[in-house]
Design a binder for this molecule. Structure first.
Ligand SMILES: Nc1ncnc2c1ncn2[C@@H]1O[C@H](COP(=O)(O)OP(=O)(O)OP(=O)(O)O)[C@@H](O)[C@H]1O
Ligand SMILES: N[C@@H](CCO)C(=O)O
Length: 291
């Protein structure tokens, strides 16, 4: 029997749509795998009632199939589903690392990324790997069709999760099909700035590079109170604010001493918009860990 903890993740980080990702030090899913003749899945924890235990419908089932590794699987959810915090990816990443070890398949962490991404196709129709990559390798990651590159950093974050659900499938429907050259140039500049910021562990530079004129404005419309929450976070000292993944979590990057104030300001701003929320005071952290 093997138990693996895989972290929540934030994809896109604004300027890196379907490319950038970051592992969060918390929250996390904990997945236990044990060899079996046929696969069975049991889910407990946050939002378990919304998660199918049928292997055909759970992200973990696709990983079992890809690794040809039938198992009795228990998923203890710490990452709420439809959160924008890579909930579906956390389970898939933990299962990929656990089953790879249980069956001695010998894949490297990087090789497990496209395998875990097959689970994402089950829930959103697209095998985007920008959540599973940081959930497996940790830190800040850049994922393209040719592979994943990562850098370790401990940049402080606040992830404010409102008490509403936005499914990735729905949020992908509002992504524009085209972008102007002006917006492309702005996005490339911001993405490059953010990447240098991550390499230097510099929250100010990361925040400066988070703006995205193409996808984020469309996604923000799906989140009640987004503009006020963003403004409140900046007023409390955030260096950058964006939609986490497909939303509804709003992500702020900051210097560590500002983190508590920013978390309180974001929760208050959501409350003023009539939405309950919970803020995780966290940082970019490590990937899946065998316990
Ligand atoms: N193991 C799993 N954990 C969580 N959700 C799962 C799992 N397997 C299937 N699902 C389904 O996936 C959907 C949630 O995934 P979705 O991608 O929409 O949210 P998310 O992973 O929190 O967000 P994001 O990818 O934007 O960070 C729910 O419909 C849920 O039932
Ligand atoms: N890049 C994906 C991440 C979803 O978690 C999206 O934004 O649709």
């Amino acid at each position: 029997m093997i138990t693996v903890r895989a972290p929540a993740t934030s994809a896109n980080l604004g300027s890196g749509f379907d490319t950038f990702g970051a592992a969060l030090a918390r929250p996390a899913d904990v997945v236990t795998v044990e060899k079996a003749e046929t696969t069975s899945i049991e889910v407990t924890g946050v939002g378990a009632q919304y998660i199918p235990e049928d292997p055909e419908k759970n992200t973990v089932g696709a990983v079992v199939e890809a690794l040809d590794a039938p198992a009795e699987i228990h998923i203890d959810k710490g990452v709420r589903p439809a959160s924008g915090l890579g909930s579906s990816a956390a389970s898939a990443a933990a299962a990929a690392v656990g089953l790879n070890e249980l069956y001695d398949r010998g894949h490297s962490r990087e090789e497990l990324v496209p395998i875990a991404a097959k689970g994402e196709a089950v829930v959103s129709g697209v095998a985007h790997a920008d959540n599973v990559a940081p959930a497996i390798v940790g830190g800040f990651t850049v994922t393209t069709p040719t592979g994943t590159h990562g850098v370790d950093t401990g940049v402080p974050l606040v992830a404010c999760l409102p008490d509403v659900a936005v499914s990735t499938r729905d949020a992908r429907r509002v992504v524009p099909e085209t972008a102007s050259m002006e917006d492309v140039v702005e996005t490339v500049g911001n993405a490059a700035t953010l990447t240098i910021g991550m390499c230097r562990s510099d929250p100010a530079l990361v925040g400066e590079g988070m703006d995205d004129p193409v996808v984020t404005p469309e996604r923000a419309r799906l989140i009640t109170g987004y503009d006020d929450v963003r403004e409140a976070a900046f007023e409390a000292g955030a260096a950058g604010v964006t939609v986490s993944g497909a939303g509804p979590t709003v992500l702020a990057v900051c210097e560590e001493p500002r983190r508590r104030h920013i978390a309180a300001a974001m929760v208050d701003a959501f409350a003023n918009a009539g939405v309950e929320s919970r803020a995780y005071q966290t940082r970019i952290g490590r990937g899946a860990t065998v316990l």
